[in-house]
Design a protein around this ligand. Structure first.
Ligand SMILES: C[S@@+](CC[C@H](N)C(=O)[O-])C[C@H]1O[C@@H](n2cnc3c(N)ncnc32)[C@H](O)[C@@H]1O
Length: 220
């Protein structure tokens, strides 16, 4: 099925709020669990979450990794307002920060020991904006994990995935999910992007029927 791009930012106030209120605990905890075995052995470090949205994944990492400093980056001011609200009163304020920047632009002059990103790639007009940022900001040997949806082979499969995984969600979210499936990249397309960015230490797998997962070390 041909890819259908969707708008880059999902930052209209109602859309951002519906996204923040949706129950993403299953994919978000899956995402964090996949990374933890690679990070728990380190005493600490700096982790960057690209396209952090309302910040749930950043807070999960902060709780699981007490020695780490977590930075979430997103282009959407409304998403970041929700992320700041989730952080406030969490007790994690001294180890978590949220930064507004529109990739590939960013404000950092240092490298990160881990870079993660969930559900950002399919939003970007140029997917290389993500992979070049990863290559630029990763410290030598940094752990990298990127997960996103996998584009299904046809519209019928996309509709069935929405029913199976968002059947009870509000219509705005069901439509977002459907559009995201049509805008998603396939494993073969992501492999070509990784090769173009010379991210040779990263490999891709399919943890669920609707996701792919890229993991490995950058800059070795
Ligand atoms: C589907 S949300 C994912 C949020 C979060 N990672 C999660 O898993 O819940 C995608 C996010 O990417 C952000 N985004 C899109 N294009 C971006 C860009 N060029 N730079 C930074 N953030 C961007 C959007 O504002 C949105 O918050």
């Amino acid at each position: 099925m041909k890819r259908v791009p969707e708008p880059e930012l999902m930052d209209a106030p109602a859309q951002a709020r519906a996204y923040a209120e949706a129950d993403f605990s299953e994919p978000n905890s899956l995402f964090v669990e996949h990374a933890l075995s690679h990070l728990e052995s380190a005493d600490g470090g700096r982790l960057l979450d690209l396209g952090c949205g309302p910040g749930d994944i950043c807070l999960r990492f902060a709780r699981a990794l007490p020695g780490w400093h977590i930075t979430g980056l997103d282009a959407g001011p409304n998403m970041l307002t929700l992320a700041d609200a989730a952080l406030k009163g969490s007790g994690l304020e001294n180890r978590v920060e949220f930064v507004q920047a529109h990739l590939p632009a960013h404000p950092f002059s240092h490298h990160f020991d881990a870079i993660v990103s969930n559900s950002l790639l399919h939003h970007l007009p140029d997917p290389m904006a993500l992979w070049h940022t990863v290559a630029e900001l990763a410290a030598p040997g940094a752990f990298v994990q990127v997960m996103d949806l996998h584009r299904p082979p046809d519209l019928e499969t996309a509709t069935a995935l929405v029913e199976a995984h968002a059947g009870e969600e509000p219509e705005v979210l069901r439509q977002d999910f459907y559009n995201s499936l049509l805008a998603a990249w396939t494993v073969e397309e992501v492999e070509a992007q990784l090769a173009q960015a010379h991210l040779d230490g990263l490999t891709i797998s399919r943890p669920t029927e609707r996701h792919w997962l890229v993991q490995g070390q950058a800059g070795r």
